[in-house]
Design a protein around this ligand. Structure first.
Ligand code: 4AD
Ligand code: MG
Length: 477
């Protein structure tokens, strides 16, 4: 039953040897040519059938979307476009497919349409290429950290602390929503809930990763995270995957060095491992771009962008320097920004980040030393008293891809900050313990995996780089 993968069939030398393949019909032309794809590669295997020898009932079942097992001779192809073809001698229809109702017809479908068919869209060339690249990127992430001596840790998905403050959280509860038990004050009594307290889905594994870094040295997490923000943008998901390395004895510069090395290393890996998929996605990207108005087009092709990031240093500058550039920029002076930049301390909007990356520097940018007031409580305070050792990496076409910092390792400074920000210190007792017992300077960052997949595949919408996207009002499948 088990035939060879089409990827390896296409690499073998055709000498008329017996060969069997299985997969799904992409197209069937002239009652003669089946383009078969099994997902192992972007390329199809051309299979040639002699319809005169075929049973009418079998012929009728060779339709787009049907699953077939084919057996025959592998020969050099007569036609142009492929080197080998399978001269079919035996056909088994594993699963027929009604051509009238099969949604994935051999024509161009809009990405919006395909999102509604998320269970079948991976049978298209575009989505299968994206998902293979996604898989290769995951592998490269683990390979990079393992090669660097990091340990992979699995931080909890259900969390009892909401101190990170990275965003709105999803509640996890087994209480009856129609009839929850009430406490003396008349509020829901979470003491009677499954965990005996309020629990949520995690927004980040960082705080727990810090505990592990302060024992194992260098660690990383790679898992799902959840944010209940109502952001309907092309860069936000309610459920996304994040990679969070955390390193003992690292300062902010070491952190930035590692982040840059990490990103270029995984990109280098996929350039090699996914050559054919990326070539296909590069052509797709070029077509998409050419249909946009001139001013909105990317100045580089997809492969060109990836190569550029791999071969050029990221530009590093402080938040304060960035504000100066933005203040004096043309769009700011001409009041073209929706959010004008006129004072130090404002949170940067994506229009500002994009200006810096896409117009001013034209390369990835690392911004660091942000105002304390717009960043999380755990970031290390600088001597100036107003800024913290934060860093964000901004990418062309994506905006923020990494957020990280050196962590505040001084107990008193951290406690003060927690008070200033009105955070419940009791909940953070264990986190503060880490500063009581053998605290050391340490740093880490979080990279949004889907944003990395977006950058690598050139897909404009983050919903198209994760198998079954979760966004506001959408958890189908
Ligand atoms: O900047 P964020 O919120 O940082 C943290 O969560 C830190 N605890 C990370 C750390 O230092 N260990 O998120 C990190 C990255 C962002 O830069 C972005 O790439 C991605 O996660 N991200 C999202 N991706 C998709 N959908 C969302 N809603 C995202 N929110 C953040
Ligand atoms: Mg951030």
């Amino acid at each position: 039953m088990n035939g060879e993968k089409i990827k390896s069939i296409l690499q073998s030398k055709p000498t008329g040897q017996q060969c069997s393949a299985q997969g799904w019909v992409r197209t069937f032309r002239a009652n003669r040519f089946i383009a078969l794809n099994d997902g192992s590669t972007i390329e199809n295997l051309q299979c040639v059938v002699d319809f005169e020898q075929l049973d009418e009932s079998v012929l009728k079942q060779i339709t787009t979307g049907a699953a077939l097992h084919l057996q025959g001779e592998l020969v050099e192809s007569q036609g142009s476009g492929q080197k080998v073809e399978l001269q079919v001698e035996e056909i088994t229809v594993l699963g027929s497919s009604d051509p009238e109702s099969y949604p994935i017809q051999p024509k161009k479908h809009s990405l919006e349409f395909l999102r509604e068919k998320a269970h079948l869209r991976v049978r298209t060339a575009t989505f299968s290429a994206v998902m293979r690249v996604r898989s290769a990127l995951s592998f490269a992430v683990h390979q990079f950290f393992q090669d660097e001596g990091f340990f992979y840790v699995n931080t909890p998905i259900v969390t009892g602390s909401d101190a990170e403050g990275a965003g709105e959280m999803f509640r996890v509860s087994t209480l009856d929503p129609k009839n929850p038990p009430l406490n003396e004050e008349g509020n829901t009594d979470f003491k009677q809930d499954f965990f005996g307290k309020e629990t949520n889905l995690t927004v980040s594994g960082q705080l727990e990763a810090e505990a592990y870094a302060l024992a194992l040295g260098d660690v990383y997490t790679f898992g799902p995270t959840f944010r209940a923000e109502n952001s309907n943008t092309t860069r936000h998901l309610a459920e996304f995957w994040m990679i969070e390395p955390e390193m003992a004895f690292y300062d902010l510069n070491d952190n930035m060095d590692l982040a840059e090395k990490f990103i270029t290393s995984v990109l280098r890996h996929v350039l090699k491992a996914c050559e054919k998929d990326l070539k296909f996605l590069d052509e797709r990207f070029a077509k998409e771009e050419s249909s946009k108005p001139q001013l909105q087009r990317s100045s580089m092709g997809l492969l060109e962008k990836i190569e550029f990031v791999v071969h050029n240093d990221f530009k590093r500058l402080t938040y304060t320097e960035a504000i100066e550039i933005l203040k004096n920029s043309k769009p700011n002076k001409k009041k073209k920004f929706q959010y004008p930049v006129n004072e130090w301390g404002i949170d940067l909007q994506s229009e500002h980040e994009r200006y810096l990356v896409e117009k001013h520097f034209n390369c990835p940018v690392i911004l660091y030393d942000y105002p304390a007031n717009i960043k999380a409580f755990y970031m290390r305070r600088n001597e100036d008293g107003k800024t913290v050792r934060a860093m964000d990496i901004l990418f062309p076409g994506i905006g923020e891809i990494v957020g990280g910092s050196q962590r505040e390792e001084r107990l008193e400074v951290l406690e003060e900050r927690i008070k200033e920000m009105n955070i419940d210190a009791e909940e953070l007792w264990w986190y503060l313990d880490l500063r009581r017992f053998g605290s050391v300077p340490h740093s880490g960052f979080g990279l949004g995996f889907e944003r990395l997949v977006q950058f690598t595949t050139g897909m404009g919408n983050i919903r198209d780089v994760i198998p079954f996207p979760r966004t506001p009002q959408n958890a189908a499948f």
